[in-house]
Design a binder for this molecule. Structure first.
Ligand code: NAD
Ligand code: IPM
Ligand code: MN
Length: 351
């Protein structure tokens, strides 16, 4: 079992250190190998996604990523930006299925900015398509036209891309409460008309799943109005990016939301849904739980180690019940700790 570890930039190395400690404490036969990705890779090698990293990510059974990016690299040419490294791995390895579970641990009901009764018991899964859409569509760029600049991107989905993510979403719903909401903007965009048509076709294979459709603007509103109406949501790359950050706040903090990016054979990259948090990087205060929970998803999806995955998730539940809180989920009366202390607490809960 070979895991490629990509700490990345900003808080990436800080949160990754804790996830790696947790993995090592499980005493499984993992081989962990670290590589460069993102801004650090640009600084060291001149490119965000060096050949050595490409080789390692292709060989590994799974990849664990912290986060990449930061203001230092925001003015580089687009192909040199840290985010390009991340997008490169997703595309190279066909990691088209991004699972982002938003679960509210009961102890964090007050950490959410929403009323506790709105979020209590929340357990939704966002299935985001990850290798298509406006993120990768061609043509793209900035050109001169009639003496001014024109920026353009292409929103495109191929039928087969929608079909395969549709199957992932329906199968996920079958294992849960059998409700799937597909989110699109078919009232305006042809791409998403195709999306809706194909999802309806795929639904014929899953008569036991109740399918509904929602326009993305309404979905954004419904997520904060009454999030518990959802079980599984499936949507494209761009809408999924935005809706999953929104959903993270239902769980108390973006520092709590893990993710799995899977190919057709459950090889995957596992990463928190948040970014490199430049505003708190280097301070030792970032919440490592989204990364630790991403490692648990890796145990579940790539290595089929359900019991070990639950062991890690139960340790996280235990530290929350014990009152350990990083700054992002802190409330009066709880025990405010830093990144490393939170890792220590999870390790103690595992033991
Ligand atoms: P961000 O998610 O990094 O930060 C948004 C806010 O959430 C900040 O206030 C930050 O302090 C807070 N936050 C995020 N993670 C936290 C954690 N674990 N604990 C406590 N607080 C946390 O989003 P941003 O500021 O828009 O982006 C910063 C950089 O990260 C950009 O360069 C962006 O491209 C990159 N990014 C990378 C990834 C990734 O690597 N997967 C994802 C998103 C953004
Ligand atoms: C995410 C991030 C990435 C995305 C960026 C950093 C390319 O926001 O994983 O959600 O937009 O997919
Ligand atoms: Mn995002």
């Amino acid at each position: 079992m070979k895991i490629c570890v990509l700490p990345g930039d900003g808080i990436g190395p800080e949160i990754m250190a804790e996830a790696v400690r947790v993995l090592k404490a499980l005493d499984l036969k993992f081989e962990l190998e670290e590589a460069l990705l993102g801004g650090g890779a640009v600084d060291a090698t001149g490119t965000p996604y060096p050949e050595a990293t490409k080789k390692l990510t292709a060989e590994a059974d799974a990849i664990l990523l912290g986060a990449v990016g930061g203001p230092k690299w925001d003015t580089l040419a687009r192909e040199l930006r840290p985010e390009r490294g991340l997008l490169g791995i997703r595309k190279d390895l066909s990691l088209f299925a991004n699972l982002r579970p938003a679960i509210l641990y009961p102890e964090l009901a007050n950490a959410s900015t929403l009323k506790p009764e709105v979020v209590a018991g929340l357990d939704i899964l966002i299935v985001r398509e990850l290798t298509g859409d406006i993120y990768f569509g061609q043509p793209r760029g900035i050109r001169e036209e009639n003496g001014e600049r024109v920026g353009f991107n292409t929103m495109v989905y191929i039928e087969s891309e929608v079909r395969r993510i549709g199957h992932v979403a329906f199968q996920a719903a079958q294992k849960r409460n059998k409700k799937l909401c597909s989110v699109d903007k078919m009232n305006v965009l042809e791409t998403t008309q195709l999306w809706r048509d194909v999802i309806i076709e795929v639904s014929k294979d899953y008569p036991d799943v109740e399918l509904s459709h929602m326009l993305v603007d309404n979905a954004a509103m419904q997520l904060v109005r009454a999030p518990k109406q959802f079980d599984v949501m499936v949507t494209g790359n761009m809408f999924g990016d935005i809706l999953s950050d929104e959903a993270s706040m239902l769980t108390g903090s973006i520092g709590m939301l893990p993710s799995a990016s899977l190919d057709a054979n459950n090889k995957g990259m596992y990463e928190p849904s948040h970014g490199s948090a430049p505003d708190i990087a280097g301070k030792g205060v970032a919440n490592p739980l989204a990364t630790i929970l991403s490692a648990a998803m890796m145990l579940r999806y790539t290595f089929n180690l359900e019991e070990q995955a639950q062991r890690v998730e139960n340790a996280v539940k235990k530290v929350l019940a014990q009152g350990y809180r990083t700054g992002d989920i802190y409330e009066r009366g709880t025990n405010k700790v830093g990144t490393k202390e939170m890792g220590d607490a999870v390790l103690a809960a595992l033991a």
